[in-house]
Design a protein around this ligand. Structure first.
Ligand code: TGC
Ligand code: FAD
Length: 384
C-alpha cells in the first residue's frame, strides 16, 4: 500500500530496480518461504540469483563489485526483499551494509580488492560480530579481546546472535585491544580456534541463520585488521547503514501485511456481508494505513538526506525506531483481521509480525533509539 503515491518520486532506474526485486520475490520467494520458515532454514539456493540481480553491495563503485546505486534504490531493494521475509532482507543487508560496508569504509585497499568483488558475486559470505552474551545494547562493555604479539593479533571471546555466522566465509569481529580501544578484524572460516554454533530455538526470523561465534585464541595477521577502524565509533558508523536498511525492510513487511488484510477483509463473508464492511474492521485498517504512511514519508525524506550526505545518525534512529514499531503493530493487527487463517503460514501477516520482533530488537532496540533521540533533543544522556 502506497497511499500517497510516494513511489511516483522514483526515477526510471529506481522503478526498474523495484520491479525487478518485486518479481524475484513474487516468483522465487513467496512460493517457498512458508516452508523454509517452518523448517527454520535460510533458502541458500537463492544466493547466486540474489548476487546475479546485484543485491549485494549495490551502493559501492563498480571496481568493488557494486553498481554505484543511490540510497533510495538501496532502501527500495530492502523494502521489496522484506515484502518476502525479514530473514531474506537480513541476509542481504548483513552482507551489504554490515560486512561489506565495514570493509569498504574501514578496510585497506588490499582488503577491499580481496573481499568486496567476491562478496558482491555471492562467492564469499560475510557476517558482523559485535554483540556478546553480556554486551547487547551496550557494546562498549564487550569482553572479546585482541592481544598483539608482533605482527599477529590473538583474539579471544564469544559473539552472540550473529546473523549468517556459520555460513560466513569471513567474519568482521570487533574486539578490544590492551588499551581498551575497539578494533575490527577479518576472521576467515577455518582459522584455527574459530568455531560457530547455530541457535535453533528461535520463534522469530526462522528463515535466517543466527549463530554464536567462538574465538579461542584465534591468531590473525595484522593484515587482517581493519586499519581505519578505531573505537566504538567505527562499528556504530557501520550500523547506521544497517539500521537504514532494516527500517526500509520493515516498511515492506508492513505493506505486505496491510495489503493482505485488505484483500482478505473484502472477500471474507460473515453475517452475510464482507467483513470489510464492518466499521471496526475499517477503523483497524485505516489506523494501519495512517501509521504506515507516516513512516513511509520518513523513509523517503531520510533517503534524500542520505543521498545528500546530510543524514545524521539520529535521523536514522528515528526512522529505524518508527518503522520497526509501526510495522510490528501493523502486521499484528493484520493477523487479527485474518482470524484463524492468520495463524498459518499460508497467509503472511503473523510470519511477518513474529519476524518483526527481531527487527524491533536488533541494530539497536526500540528503547535504545528512544534514548539516542532523547539525548539529541534534550542534551541529557539517559543510558545509565
Ligand atoms: P557513545 O559515547 O554514545 O558513542 C561512542 C562514540 O561513537 C559515536 N557514535 C556514533 N557514530 C556514528 N554513528 C552512530 N550511530 C553513533 N553513535 C555514537 C559517538 O559520537 C562517540 O564518538 P567519539 O568520537 O566521541 O568517541 O557510546 P555509548 O557507549 O554511550 O553507547 C551509545 C549507544 C547505546 C547509542 C550505542 O552503543 C548503541 O547504539 N547501542 C546499540 C547496539 C547495537 O545497535 N547493536 C547492533 C549489533 S549488530 C546487529 O544487530 C545486526 S542485526 C543484522 C540483521 O540480521 O539485519
Ligand atoms: P539487552 O541489551 O540486554 O536489552 C534487554 C532489554 O533492556 C531491551 O528491551 C532493551 O531495550 C532494554 N535496555 C537495555 N539498555 C537499556 C537502557 N539503558 N535503558 C532502557 N532500556 C534498556 N548482533 C550482532 O552483532 N550481529 C548480528 O548479525 C546480529 N544479528 C541478530 C539477529 C537476531 C535475530 C537477533 C534477535 C539479534 C541479533 N544481534 C546481532 C544482536 C542484537 O543487536 C541485540 O540483540 C541487540 O543489540 C539488543 O541486545 P540484547 O539482546 O543483549 O538486549
Amino acid at each position: 500500500m502506497d497511499y500517497l503515491h510516494l513511489d511516483d518520486l522514483l526515477n526510471e532506474e529506481q522503478r526498474m530496480i523495484r520491479d525487478m526485486v518485486r518479481q524475484f520475490v513474487d516468483r522465487e520467494i513467496m512460493p517457498i518461504i512458508g516452508e523454509y520458515w517452518l523448517k527454520g532454514e535460510f533458502p541458500m539456493h537463492l544466493v547466486p540469483r540474489m548476487a546475479e540481480l546485484g543485491l549485494f553491495g549495490p551502493t559501492f563503485e563498480e571496481e568493488y563489485g557494486g553498481q554505484g546505486l543511490d540510497y533510495l534504490s538501496y532502501g527500495i531493494i530492502m523494502r521489496e526483499l522484506e515484502r518476502g521475509d525479514s530473514g531474506i532482507r537480513s541476509f542481504a543487508s548483513v552482507q551489504s551494509s554490515l560486512a561489506m560496508y565495514s570493509i569498504y569504509r574501514f578496510g585497506s585497499e588490499d582488503q577491499k580488492r580481496k573481499y568486496l568483488p567476491r562478496m558482491a558475486r555471492g562467492e564469499l559470505l560475510g557476517c558482523f560480530g559485535l554483540t556478546e552474551p553480556d554486551a547487547g545494547s551496550d557494546p562498549g562493555s564487550m569482553r572479546t579481546v585482541a592481544r598483539r604479539e608482533g605482527d599477529t593479533w590473538v583474539l579471544h571471546g564469544t559473539k552472540m546472535w550473529i546473523t549468517n555466522g556459520s555460513v560466513a566465509d569471513v567474519a568482521v569481529v570487533w574486539a578490544k585491544d590492551a588499551e581498551g580501544v575497539i578494533r575490527g578484524f577479518l576472521v576467515e572460516k577455518g582459522t584455527p580456534g574459530f568455531s560457530t554454533q547455530d541457535i535453533h530455538t528461535k520463534i522469530s526470523l526462522r528463515a535466517s541463520v543466527t549463530s554464536e561465534l567462538i574465538l579461542d585464541e584465534v591468531r590473525v595477521p595484522e593484515a587482517q585488521r581493519l586499519p581505519h577502524a578505531e573505537g566504538l565509533r567505527a562499528p556504530l558508523t557501520v550500523l547506521n547503514h544497517g539500521r537504514y536498511g532494516v527500517a526500509w525492510g520493515a516498511l515492506g513487511a508492513a505493506e505486505a501485511a496491510l495489503d493482505e488484510a485488505i484483500a482478505y477483509a473484502r472477500e471474507r463473508i460473515q453475517f452475510g456481508r464482507p467483513i470489510a464492511s464492518f466499521q471496526i474492521i475499517q477503523q483497524r485498517l485505516v489506523d494501519m494505513l495512517a501509521r504506515l504512511t507516516g513512516v513511509q514519508a520518513i523513509g523517503y525524506r531520510v533517503a534524500q538526506l542520505m543521498n545528500e550526505g546530510k543524514a545524521r545518525y539520529t535521523h536514522i534512529s528515528l526512522f529505524k525506531r518508527q518503522a520497526t514499531r509501526v510495522a510490528l503493530d501493523v502486521a499484528r493487527a493484520a493477523r487479527e483481521v485474518l482470524g484463524a487463517n492468520g495463524i498459518t503460514v499460508e497467509y503472511h501477516a503473523l510470519r511477518h509480525a513474529v519476524n518483526l520482533e527481531s527487527t524491533l530488537t536488533y541494530e539497536g532496540t526500540y528503547d535504545i533509539h528512544t534514548l539516542i533521540l532523547g539525548r539529541d533533543i534534550t542534551g541529557f544522556e539517559a543510558f545509565s
